[in-house]
Write a protein of this length. Structure first.
Length: 97
């Protein structure tokens, strides 16, 4: 039980760190300081944001809980797909400072 709870905490921490890195990557990309991002990652990210913001979903957002599940899954898939670019960005950022 304790090990499962620690695993869940670790997964949440990793997800939070990935979103934090994504925000920093977007900021550095926008400023032109970091451009080593694959075209596929950019396309997946843009499509995920468009889907997330779109009023047309697989599961309508008006359905309590289930309506947000498809949005969450798309965002999780996006983070999973961007993992390699996020790790490369993290190494670049560490080497820079």
């Amino acid at each position: 039980m304790l090990q499962n709870n620690l695993l869940k905490i670790g997964l949440w921490r990793r997800l939070f760190e990935d979103f934090r890195l994504l925000g920093a990557l977007i900021k550095d990309y926008w400023k032109g300081e970091y451009r080593d991002v694959s075209l596929a990652s950019i396309v997946v990210f843009v499509l995920a944001v468009v889907y997330f913001l779109s009023p047309i979903d697989v599961l309508s957002d008006f359905i309590p809980i289930l309506g947000q599940v498809d949005d969450a899954l798309i965002l999780l898939f996006c983070i999973y797909f961007l993992e390699k670019d996020l790790q490369e960005y993290h190494r670049w950022k560490q080497d820079r400072f």
